[in-house]
Design a protein around this ligand. Sequence first.
Ligand code: SF4
Length: 358
Amino acid sequence: MADTLKLVKKISRLADGKKSLRFMEVCGTHTVAIFRSGIRQILPDNVELVSGPGCPVCVTNDDYIDKAIAYSRRKNFIVATFGDMLKVPGSRSSLAAASAEGADVRIVYSPLDAVKIAEENSRKQIIFLAVGFETTAPTAAATVLAAQARGVKNLFMLSAQKLVPPTLRVLLDDAAVKVDGFLLPGHVAVVIGAKAFNFLADEFKISGAIGGFEADEILSALVSLLEQLDSGRAQVTNNYRAVVTDEGNVAAKKILSQVYEVTDADWRGLGKIPASGLRMRDEFAAFDIERVEPIEIERVEKKSACRCGEVLRGVIKPTDCPLFGKACKPLHAIGPCMVSVEGVCAAWFKYGGNNFKW
Ligand code: SF4
């Protein structure tokens, strides 16, 4: 607590007399940790925290969900997924609705659970929904290697894995996005290394601080961001040194590049971002359901007042959406930002909605 008070006082001192400052976190775990610890309420009025595209479920677009639903409806297919994907709306339906109509959709707690399902259901095709950032992609890659080593031939991935750094570039090129610095995701940095974020300062002259997830770790990262602004010199600081190294997790990066290659990816709210996704290399094409058994989905232009895309870019706050807390609540979510526990709208709803400043 003594450290917390010191950090809060330091933030107030550094922010004193400055214009309004806005820092963006790009990690759903940070979003929830910031709300849960009450950090927003103890910051000076001129320091604002805004959430970016850090929730993997939220940035997954309708086409992917529609494909997952279409596969789940096929005879002899089982879709294995983490629970928070179930209620994410596609253009017309959700996996939860498909499951209620008879599709075999199973919740797993690790991609490796999908290998077990495949071994126990050798006459069926099992599709694991590989959704996530650099944090979870190595486990999905390890699952592919494990399936290959065990001779499992009925397990496939439907991949929507994404990379964080290219997205930061897109945000910085977007005139509507106003940020003075990034609270950078500790979990992602553990894998890719602190150096992977240096481009922020080198190319964009914008500050970044890699932070952990305890309140003091987040506050300490905010102190670093304010110190950088105070000195007039943008840097990327590693405030999570206990687990983040400059180079990251070399073994995890090796397994990633063994199984995947970088490709363009579609992000909800941000569109197609070059070199921001992962695709299985040709050697592992037998595990890629889209290459083994491609599926055509009918694209539906969804008419919805959901403004999740703008929320994910930090252009509006959830309470600016006319549906927030009215038609859209966690139990009746209209958009993905309200579905996932790491979604910005869900966090705003759970921890206080309109009572929070931006
Ligand atoms: S409150 Fe609901 S409808 Fe509005 S942006 Fe958030 S998820 Fe979309």
